[in-house]
Design a binder for this molecule. Structure first.
Ligand SMILES: [Zn+2]
Length: 253
């Protein structure tokens, strides 16, 4: 199973980002005196090798959001096989025909993860907590099952998928970590400001990507289109721009 087994040290470790910062950034933060929104990341077996570098770049780029790694034992069995997911979706109002027309792959059921994540988030006084899984994301909404998604979040917690993301990043000629960062930024802004995804593929981080392969366009551009940018408060639009600029600057090794 890809889920991490509880370790012998049954405790949660929150890795705070380094406090060593550039002098100008320190001054700027003191002047603004606005508490940053904290976003914890829980690796559910995605093993993003350059995650520390990704978070360092994202944190250095702006002062509105603080991304940090959270390590805690995660319940086993969150990822469903194709068969058990088909059974789960039928139990949640989906017909056999729909399952056959749109077959589920390997998915993690967000409903179960989000319940667990909310407890961890509160325990550590984080504003948001996101899980990263190698499976795709399934969830129920209004009593109906959905599957094969890149991400699903509710309130202050979200589940983000890296399924096929390495291949998509390669097609977009971007480092894998930049693609992971893009999904994190989209979830963060989507949850905090209610920015909805749009059906139209505009190469925007809020593209819905009904056809999963369309995500390549957004990974290539790493941008927010003007319509979506207008839905953000000015200071967070600036932070979002800075985050995406930092992702665009990332290179392969
Ligand atoms: Zn958009």
């Amino acid at each position: 199973m890809a889920t991490r087994m509880p370790s012998k040290n049954d405790h949660t470790l929150v890795k705070r980002p380094s406090t060593v910062r550039q002098p100008e950034a320190k001054r700027a933060r003191r002047v603004k005196a606005v508490a940053a929104t904290s976003v914890g990341l829980l690796d559910l077996g995605a093993w993003v090798a350059r995650m520390p570098l990704l978070l360092e770049r994202m944190n250095a780029a702006q002062d509105s959001f603080r991304f940090l790694e959270v390590m805690t034992p995660v319940p086993a069995g969150l990822i469903k096989t194709r068969e058990s997911l088909a059974a789960w979706s039928r139990a949640n109002g989906t017909s056999q025909g729909e399952v056959e027309a749109h077959p589920p792959g390997r998915n993690m059921v967000a409903d179960e993860f989000l319940y667990f994540a909310e407890g961890v988030r509160k325990e550590h006084s984080l504003d948001y907590l996101f899980g990263l899984t190698t499976a795709m994301v399934a969830f129920t909404e209004d009593g109906r099952a959905h599957w094969n998604y890149f991400a699903f979040g509710r309130d202050h917690v979200s589940l983000v998928s890296t399924f096929d993301l390495r291949r998509y990043a390669a097609e977009a000629r971007r480092p894998y970590e930049a693609a992971v960062g893009m999904l994190l930024v989209a979830q963060m802004l989507g949850l905090k400001h209610g920015v909805p995804s749009h059906e139209e593929t505009r190469g925007c981080i809020f593209d819905f990507d009904a056809n999963r392969d369309d995500v390549v366009v957004a990974i290539r551009q790493l941008a927010i289109d003007p319509q979506c940018l207008r839905l953000l408060p000015p200071e967070e639009a600036a932070a979002a721009d800075a985050l995406l600029a930092a992702l665009r600057r990332m290179k392969e090794h």
